[in-house]
Design a protein around this ligand. Structure first.
Ligand code: BGC
Length: 600
């Protein structure tokens, strides 16, 4: 191969570069290290292909400019030509799964479950575009979104990351989400990552990282369906899933990663492993690594000890457990993606046109997120013409989630497990603040003790769950699941609770509703939750009941609909349970998927 190349074809350029690389450079490209354990010098010295931020892992004071400065330093290290070093720009990745919500001041839009209720694929593309701009503002290039999980048991802690239990609804969003993020594969877009391949939403009992016991036909029909439009739209990366399929970990499945994804479905981007997912494949980490790479993992995501992983990668290549052809294939894929988005032509993060863009968290973005909130609300009960509430009415606002922007944003917001209170969600409005802006005479009494029928015409009570992420959101008995069947121990992941019945986990909510109801004031209940819940008692005590999911930073969107400037639009993306049973189709729902009332 000649030293100069005139072709602009990304694959040709990648092959040309590959031919010039040392083994150390190749293996470095296959490592994605977490920022807290990685310096720019590490990137330069070990030729790391990528750095990531885990949930809540942030630089400096978590301002946009801190992010730009951080990635600028990593980038400059990756493209250093010091001592004849081969410059290969790195990719920095983040979980921007409902906006670039790790970052203070971001526009946080509803989690996917609410977007599923909106049934609006065009809206998804606009939100994804908004998200891309807010990721670009921080100088980063890659987001681990969209989640294409088809959740079949709502006890799973990640239910809110799923658009729906229905593969067709999830599939209807996949292409628009990818297009909105990736754009024209130039420096106006970010790389998308469809996750988690595959069957993440299908585990028995909804256990996080558990086992999905299905025939291949069912796996294909239910869980692979949304990936087809994502792949057709050109999604450049796919993340392997923590779950097992019929007791084999997806990270170890050559069939799923190579034969199906890269073979049958023709995926020509690269596969990244999930957070230390390789470590789960066995007690001997080098064997686990060899298994994952041979199965088809191209880039290894490591939380802490990426140096050890890199050493082991050298070891498994040296002793022949992983053939050089597999390494070359993995690196060629990574480099091709980098070329396809023009990474080699990009200027340093600090000098990019989008860096520190004022559109980050700006009014135009918040208006789109607010529209998404309006469209995501599902009206489940409406009696006595209590809605819409007249803006001039004497409104009492109550409930522990009424004035808590952290709670309404849910997990993966500022922190991995989300945040409490209003201080760390900079910008936006709590639901209370939205109501107050439209109806200045409204009064706030969190526990409802100020309720007085002589002074209040109607009460809005905002109740529900606290933020959670991943296994900490599971509803199951016991703190751990058994090992030995390819299912990871979860002793450090205590679940949220064991019941879908809200009153069992949060009796204070029903108490607040009943306290107000007892005074004779009609109650409009708004539920903040990452999934449908058994709320029969709360509904019975309410004149109207609204599922608001996890609306994000723009609580004013809830006020827009309750106060009638817009009508309800959303319909259930999941069946609503009548009893404490989370598995899809196991018992008759109280309301079927697709249910949703209108007022006007
Ligand atoms: C999650 C992924 C996420 C990754 C990086 C993992 O724990 O399963 O969805 O992208 O962490 O933060």
């Amino acid at each position: 191969m000649s030293a100069t190349l005139t072709s602009t074809d990304p694959a040709t350029r990648a092959a040309h570069l590959l031919a010039q690389m040392s083994l150390a450079q190749k293996l470095g490209q296959m490592i994605q290290a977490e920022r807290a354990s990685t310096t720019p010098d590490d990137v330069r010295e070990h030729h790391l292909g990528s750095v990531l931020s885990g949930g809540g892992s942030v630089p400096g004071s978590n301002a946009v400019s801190d992010w730009v400065a951080m990635n600028d330093a990593y980038w400059m290290a990756s493209v250093s030509t010091e001592g004849g070093r081969l410059p290969i720009p790195l990719l920095y990745a983040i979980d921007a799964i409902h906006g670039n919500a790790n970052v203070l001041g971001a526009t946080v839009f509803p989690h996917n479950i609410g977007l599923g209720a909106a049934r609006d694929p065009h809206l998804i593309e606009r939100l994804a575009r908004l998200c891309a701009e807010e990721v670009l503002a921080t100088g980063l290039d890659w987001t681990f979104a969209p989640t294409l999980a088809v959740v079949r048991d709502i006890r799973w802690g990640r239910t809110y990351e799923s658009f729906s239990e229905d593969p067709a609804i999830v599939a209807s969003y996949a292409a628009g989400y990818v297009r909105g993020l990736q754009g024209a594969l130039d420096d106006n877009g970010v790389i998308a990552c469809a996750k988690h391949w595959v069957g993440d939403g299908g585990t028995t009992g909804g256990v996080d990282q558990g086992d999905t016991a299905l025939s291949e036909e069912e796996l294909n029909h239910i869980h692979m369906t949304p990936y087809r439009p994502a792949l057709e739209a050109g999604v450049l990366t796919v993340m392997a899933s923590f779950n097992s399929w019929n007791k084999e970990k997806c990270h170890a499945s050559r069939h799923l990663l190579t034969n199906v994804l890269k073979g049958r479905l023709n995926f020509d981007g690269f596969v990244v492993s999930d957070w230390d997912g390789v470590d789960q494949l066995g007690d001997d980490l080098s064997d686990a690594l060899a298994t994952a790479i041979n199965a088809g993992v191209d880039m290894v995501m490591v939380s802490l000890d990426w140096k050890r992983m890199l050493t082991l990668l050298h070891e498994v290549v040296a002793d022949g457990r992983v053939p050089m052809s597999r390494i070359d294939d993995a690196v060629r894929r990574i480099l091709t993606v980098k070329h396809r988005v023009g990474l080699f032509e990009r200027v340093r993060p600090a000098e990019r046109q989008w860096a520190n863009s004022p559109s980050f968290g700006g009014e135009a973005h918040r208006a789109i997120a607010r529209e998404a909130v309006r469209k995501s609300l599902v009206l489940l009960k409406h009696e006595g013409g209590v809605l819409p509430i007249k803006p001039g009415a004497r409104i009492l606002v109550a409930g522990k989630n009424a004035h808590d922007r952290g709670h309404q944003c849910g997990g993966f917001t500022v922190e991995w497990q989300g945040t409490h209170g209003n201080d760390r969600i900079v910008g936006g409005t709590s639901i209370w603040e939205g109501i107050k802006a439209a109806a200045p005479q409204a009064e706030l009494s969190i526990d409802g003790s100020a309720a007085n029928a002589a002074q209040h015409d109607v009460a809005i009570v905002v109740i529900g769950e606290h933020p959670y992420a991943e296994g900490m959101g599971d509803l199951r008995h016991g703190g751990s699941v058994p090992r030995g069947s390819g299912v990871q121990t979860m002793t450090n992941l205590a679940p949220y609770g064991s019941s879908l019945v809200l009153a069992q986990r949060h009796p204070e909510d029903l108490a607040t509703i009943q306290r107000i109801q007892a005074t004779g004031i009609p109650v409009v209940t708004v539920l903040i939750s990452g999934r449908p819940l058994v709320t029969t008692d709360e509904m019975a005590a309410s004149a109207a009941f609204v599922a608001a999911w996890l609306p994000g930073s723009e609580g004013a969107g809830v006020a827009d609909v309750l106060l009638g400037s817009h009508d309800f639009h959303g319909t259930l993306p999941f069946g609503w349970p009548a009893v404490d049973e989370g598995a899809y189709g196991r018992s008759a729902p109280l309301f079927p998927r697709g249910h949703g009332l209108r007022v006007k």
